[in-house]
Design a protein around this ligand. Structure first.
Ligand code: PLP
Length: 369
């Protein structure tokens, strides 16, 4: 990325040699991303991230085709960028169906099958869930949708680099990615739009200079896009090794935490899919009996982890994803998520699990008999 901040600082839309250098770098990144997800380069549109891509698909389709078909289907465990965008178009007259998921976080194909109607314009389903790690059967869900004559969109933000992502096998129309979820820089993302006849028309949400074939005006962030392209190439080249590596680290951490909890006689449950082939390899989401999250956070300052609630105050709402998979409020509010990654070492896992064990025993609501 560095040279694109300094030596090659041209605007990729400028019609002079500096601009052409940047445009070339953009096209290289487009090719790297297309190859990572098995599609054509012309099907990739650069955006500022997944939130923007999601808004562009949902609002763009609603504005282009809403007068012909006005029904949209999604699942209850989508990211807020999807759910809030649906809420916004619902206020403008769209009909939204939010489908339940099962206790492992999967949208069952039969549930989708029975919800699609002649009026369904778009079905959007998260590829892999960010909280509990469930990897949906995208091939099947997309196939059902297409057979019923609707469009299919997947938020694949959590999938690239963790799952084999192949658009030759998944008959979807739209897909979004976010660079920082696969070790690229923040503030860059893509929207994939399948080339087909008749061509899908999305109403642009940002108007202006007509960049990205008129779909997303605005000067491209060249260094970030270069970094995103490179990151996509790295994570797909090493995919199988990385999946195995992350699983090993996650399983190691899980085992150590479980041993600690059992030694202290504390009950717990691991959330998400039981079949590890259908679970994100880096995800460990667990509910610990009577864990007080605000205390736990205080006792674990140097481990970066996520909680199952929107914030750590006592009145915090539990995560809607955990509620959707059937956890009651108490359980959802005593849930934590740890993730491992490419650069996590076993020494760090040892240190973290020791600290986690100590923090748990110091952070539980006392048993009042
Ligand atoms: N979708 C999922 C599943 C995510 O995890 C995220 C980010 O956390 C987003 C969408 C939004 O991505 P961005 O922050 O790039 O807009």
């Amino acid at each position: 990325m560095k040279p694109y901040f300094t030596d090659f600082f041209g605007n990729a839309a400028s019609q002079h040699s500096l601009g052409f250098q940047s445009a070339q770098a953009i096209e290289k990144a487009r090719a790297q991303i297309a190859s990572a997800i098995h599609c054509q380069e012309k099907e990739i549109y650069f955006t500022s991230g997944a939130t923007e891509s999601i808004n562009l698909v949902i609002r763009g389709l609603w504005q282009s085709y809403g007068s012909q078909k006005n029904h949209f289907i999604t699942s209850s465990v989508e990211h807020k960028a999807v759910l809030e965008t649906y809420e916004a178009i619902e206020k403008q007259g769209a009909k939204i169906t939010i489908l339940p998921v099962n206790s492992e976080g999967f949208l069952e194909p039969e549930t989708l099958q029975s919800a699609i109607t002649e009026d369904t314009l778009l079905v959007s389903v998260i590829y892999a869930n960010n909280e509990v790690g469930s990897i949906n059967d995208l091939e099947r869900l997309a196939k059902i949708t297409k057979e019923k004559g609707s469009l299919f969109f997947t938020d694949a933000v959590q999938a690239l680099g963790k799952v084999e992502l192949n658009l030759e096998k998944i008959p979807g129309d739209f897909l979004c990615l976010s660079s920082h979820k696969f070790y690229g820089p923040k503030g860059a993302g893509i929207l994939y739009i399948r080339e087909q006849k008749p061509r899908l028309r999305l109403q642009a949400q940002l108007t202006g200079g007509g960049h990205e074939k008129g779909l997303r005006s605005g000067t491209l962030n060249v260094p970030a896009i270069v970094g995103m392209g490179e990151a996509a190439e790295i994570c797909t080249q090493k995919l199988n090794d990385e999946i195995n590596d992350m699983r090993k680290k996650r399983d190691y951490l899980q085992k150590k935490i479980e041993q600690n909890l059992m030694a202290q006689n504390i009950s717990f449950q691991i959330n998400g899919p039981k079949d590890l082939d259908r679970k994100l390899p880096h995800n460990l989401n667990l509910s610990i009996d009577r864990l007080q999250l605000s205390e736990f956070q205080k006792h674990l300052p140097f481990v970066a982890f996520s909680t199952g609630s929107a914030c750590s105050s006592a009145s915090a709402k539990p995560s809607y994803v955990l509620t959707a998979i059937g956890l009651d409020d108490d359980k959802a509010k005593s849930t934590v998520r740890f993730s491992v990654g490419r650069f996590t070492s076993f020494e760090e896992l040892d240190a973290a699990s020791d600290a986690i064990g100590q923090a748990i025993s110091a952070s539980r609501i006392p048993d009042i008999l």
